[in-house]
Write a new protein. Structure first.
Length: 320
């Protein structure tokens, strides 16, 4: 619970009182972010300054690094803009550092949003701006709604910002989709509803990113999909898992090392669905997967000798 402002107490005073309260920092996500902003990043909530913006060459470099993300996210950004732009919202896409790469807003609102710093090239990390919908989303790796005076800096308390993370096909943070509004009449329940829309949009982009990274693979939904993220697996022609989203890795306990060395979960989906994939090579790979690469165990699973399985592995060009 955040500190309750007293008569005549400024936003900066309220932030300081909350940060100094151990109870608040332990029970409120916003208070914990305020504490990071003030104690760890050394920010002053009363400081008056515009949002930090990078020079054009650095922005261009960031856009080049995130070219695939931008290309895949643009249709989703357009859909969000067509739905929310008329109500005075700005739609933003950032990289994993909180640097704004793309914005969608009405031309008539552009000057206002530029003044607020909600523009391409602005950095909205917690280290720069304190608690906000983009920076706190990056810091906590989860969707957040930062409504008006939940922002750290007093300059930002007219805004409401709803941010959701996008994770790349390797499970690493790729960027953030954010919808921001500077309307003072935007009430918290409506902001929370917008937050859900933003989270679903981020999941759609994450799914599209994953599918594009594994062309020719069979993409299947795994346990945990939709609860707190996108849980997808990419299976090759032999039904061996060659890719997994962040949520799938978490739920199925998959790591890069496991995926690279015949994961035990590689036949999970086939067994659950009762599928039989034809081909001796596929059977060998699935047996090795179940045995975590142990050739002797795979041979026992298949009911053949070690000599036979080694011969068959060599015939199919598989590494035993």
């Amino acid at each position: 619970m955040l500190g309750v402002p007293g008569r005549g107490q400024s936003h900066a005073d309220r932030v300081a009182a909350t940060v100094n309260s151990k109870v608040c920092a332990a029970t409120s996500g916003v208070a914990a972010s305020w504490r990071r902003s003030m104690v760890y990043h050394g920010l002053d909530p009363s400081a008056r300054r515009p949002a930090h913006r990078v020079e054009a060459p650095r922005l261009e470099q960031a856009r080049e690094r995130s070219a695939s993300l931008i290309q895949i996210a643009l249709p989703t950004l357009e859909r969000l803009y067509s739905t929310l732009g008329g109500s005075g919202c700005s739609v933003l896409l950032t990289d994993a550092e909180g640097l704004v790469l793309e914005t969608k807003r009405l031309a008539g609102d552009a000057l206002d949003f530029d003044t607020w710093g909600l523009t391409s090239g602005a950095i909205w990390s917690e280290a720069m701006e304190g608690t906000n919908g983009i920076g706190t989303c990056v810091a906590e790796r989860r969707a957040v709604v930062i409504h008006q005076d939940q922002h750290f800096r007093a300059d930002n308390i007219s805004m409401s910002c709803m941010g959701a993370p996008i994770f790349d096909p390797l499970g690493q943070m790729a960027g953030v989709i954010d919808v921001s509004s500077c309307r003072r009449d935007l009430e918290l329940p409506y902001a929370q509803m917008l937050g859900m829309i933003v989270a679903e949009s981020a999941r759609a982009v994450e799914s599209d990113l994953f599918r594009s990274a594994f062309p020719g693979c069979r993409i299947v939904v795994a346990d945990g999909h939709g609860t707190t993220g996108v849980s997808l697996l990419a299976l090759d022609a032999d039904d061996v898992i060659v890719g997994a989203t962040r949520q799938a890795r978490k739920v199925l306990e998959l790591t890069d090392a496991v995926l690279a060395a015949a994961p035990a979960a590689a036949t999970y989906l086939g067994e659950q669905e009762g599928e039989v994939r034809g081909g001796e090579r596929a059977a060998l790979r699935r047996a090795l997967a179940r045995a975590r690469g142990n050739v002797s165990a795979a041979a026992r699973d298949l009911g053949i000798s070690r000599a036979t399985i080694y011969r068959k592995l060599a015939q199919h060009g598989l590494d035993g």
